[in-house]
Design a protein around this ligand. Structure first.
Ligand SMILES: Nc1nc2c(c(=O)[nH]1)N[C@H]1C(S)=C(S)[C@@H](COP(=O)(O)O)O[C@H]1N2
Ligand SMILES: [Mo]
Length: 418
């Protein structure tokens, strides 16, 4: 997609524009934004990911659906999918086991009381409202896409690389793939009269305002460059053939294929279309890479997700020696369809190809299998590594960033042979 390239360079100019005062902080004072950036650079001195509380339970305040411990691991206000629970599911993740990432709590919104307001200096006219019915009456499209948190895999910075990072200590389960149906954002923007001068599009959630260490960040919102907004973004009202469930953004959410999870704004209530670049906490202090290898204001805002692989196995799962076992797992990349997956059952010395069970597609994952006959009882390690069609292969380590985003290294999965 050519637009992705131009988006990256477009995003790269944001920080310089901001430093010059040429970009506007939407809904938060510049001083608070600067405080956030300063905190992000120092985030390694905050709570290490491994020390973040993780407790399993059937329900969680603020999440509507049940979270049985065999399907989810609760982490703060979020619920991580246990990868072992995906073993017998298809390409699509059933709603009952799709991870939940909430900055606050799931709001309950009646579609009859809901409307979407599109407004701002990048429109040729005034604000335009769309009721739920009006949105559903527009031409619909369906697409299969994963939603993955930018922090998925964060705990491995600590457990595999000995590094401190701040944020939710996810293992690999902050991802799910669903069939989304909705309206192209491009269609809604066109109907609202998007002007040729529009540069940024800022969708905002209807969930509560977010408090971060005493600073009110306002409601969850993250600017999208207009090129991406007009490309493949959906305003989705269905997930796997059912109306969108409350925890996943009912009545309407954004689906921004292949991009970091935060771009997929849930419970969207309004969209600002701006003729000037926009900033929010979610594209300044958050969702950039900070640390020794990066500029003081952080990297450009994160866009595409990275490359990962996971076994559909509980950590420490046990296998009978000298029997044939079928290992299963999934691999995905935000950069391109997966090309191949290799598996190692001897700690990474020898690698052999896994069999792909799906036609690799952009923005989705592939399921794979590999046989294994473990020889001798004792502890073992399974590894899987994917290569995508850009030729990128999962590396042995990921360069550190203070907030632990975009972990892409090969994960060591402990098992026991009995
Ligand atoms: N309004 C709103 N949108 C949101 C969030 C949120 O807290 N509020 N969380 C974001 C993050 S960080 C992620 S990873 C995805 C998670 O989507 P899910 O809960 O449907 O899995 O939603 C994104 N959209
Ligand atoms: Mo996220």
């Amino acid at each position: 997609m050519s637009s992705v390239q131009s988006e990256a360079s477009y995003d790269g100019t944001r920080l310089r524009q901001w430093a010059r005062g040429g970009a506007r902080s939407a809904g938060i004072g510049r001083r608070d934004l600067l405080k956030l950036v300063a905190a992000a650079s120092a985030a390694a001195s905050l709570v290490p990911a491994a020390a973040a509380p993780a407790h399993a339970g059937p329900t969680l305040d603020g999440v509507v659906k049940p979270l049985p411990p065999e399907l989810f691991t609760v982490r703060g206000p979020n619920a991580e999918t246990n990868f072992a629970a995906l073993k017998d599911t298809g390409l699509l993740t059933p709603v009952d086991r799709f991870f939940v990432r909430n900055h606050t709590t799931t709001p309950l919104i009646d579609p009859a009381d809901w409307k979407l307001t599109v407004w701002g200096s990048g429109l040729t006219g005034g604000p335009v409202d769309f009721s739920y019915e009006a949105l559903r009456a527009l031409p619909s499209v369906s697409r299969t896409a994963f939603v993955e948190c930018a922090g998925n895999g964060r705990s491995y910075f600590t457990s595999q690389q000995g590094q401190q990072v701040s944020g939710t200590a996810w293992t690999l389960g902050a991802i799910g793939t669903a069939r989304w149906r909705g309206v192209r954002l491009a269609e809604v923007l066109r109907q609202a009269g998007v002007g040729r001068n529009a540069v940024d599009v800022l969708p905002r959630g209807l969930d509560a305002e977010v408090d971060s260490d005493g600073t009110n960040l306002g409601r969850v919102r993250r600017p999208l460059p207009v090129a991406k907004a007009l490309d493949d973004v959906l305003l989705a009202y269905e997930m796997n053939g059912e109306p969108l469930p409350p925890d996943h953004g009912a009545p309407v959410r954004l689906i921004v294929p292949s991009w970091v999870g935060i771009a997929n704004i849930k419970w969207v209530g309004d969209i600002e279309v701006s003729a000037e670049p926009l900033l929010s906490p979610w594209n300044t202090g958050l969702y950039r890479l900070f640390g020794p290898g990066y500029p003081p204001g952080g990297s450009a805002p994160l866009t595409l997700q990275t490359l990962k692989s996971a076994f559909e196995l509980a950590p420490g799962a046990s296998f009978a020696a000298r029997r044939r076992h079928l290992l299963t797992g999934r691999s995905w990349s935000g950069g391109a369809p997966v090309r191949s997956v290799e598996v190692s059952t001897d700690g990474g010395t020898r690698w052999r190809p896994a069999r792909l069970r799906d036609e690799p597609r952009a923005g989705s994952w592939v399921r794979w299998t590999a046989d294994w006959v473990p020889a001798t009882p004792g502890p073992g390690v399974l590894l899987a590594r994917a290569t995508d069609r850009t030729g990128r292969t999962q590396p042995a380590t990921t360069a550190h960033n203070t907030q632990g985003y975009l972990f892409d290294a090969v994960v060591r999965h402990p098992v026991t042979v009995v």
